[in-house]
Design a protein around this ligand. Sequence first.
Ligand code: PEP
Length: 246
Amino acid sequence: MAGNWKMNGTSTRCVELAHAVRAASDGVAAQVIVAPPATSLAVVSGVFAGSPVGIAGQNIHWAASGAFTGEIAPGMVAEYAGFVLVGHSERRQLFGETDDDTNRKVHAAFDHGLAPIICVGETAAQRAAGATDTTVAGQLFAATDGITAVEVERIMIAYEPVWSIGTGAACDPAEAGRVAGLVRGSLEVAFGPGAGDVRILYGGSVGPANVRGYLAHEDVDGALVGGASLDPAAFGALVRAADEAA
Ligand code: PEP
């Protein structure tokens, strides 16, 4: 169960949230991950010291260092985190990130010991045009181009239909599971049977009331949650649902 806090929370607020997540995750079998803002990675990692809760960066640049004002190098994130979100639709749509950028970030993540959580998903227009599967497969193959069969086993894929993110218009669980199955099958064809175990998350308006529908599908291993991850009670309920499913 992964929570993406996006651009929310001063360090003080993030520490409070992190303490709540730590308490909610105590003794659960499910893997829990939080993605705080970059400015709070250090303090949040302190809260989770000695805890199995994983920490993710929300974004990285692909270069190891250099004249990229305002960017965050993968090694800077790797000081505090084991994971990094790559290709989130907000990065693609609001900041013009391309499939090629996403692929470079995936390689940079591996080069610095970070496991990428690769986000893919179609827009409403692409779905209406019947292009859901080709869009998702295209983003998937572009993002994973050139990675090895060993590396693929460390990635997670978040299937996040763009029209469902932050809108309350959650995807039908059967459809989310169908696309997750497509992702799994495509990875197996491209990388071999080991890729069949890649963890696939659904993301898009997930909350305590609908999460079990997604987790019940055999190809959906968890959820990437935005809005509800900022509410400690809601995220605690999501962690419990993931634990039941685990
Ligand atoms: C997200 O941003 O990855 C997301 C799924 O957001 P929300 O849960 O708010 O739809």
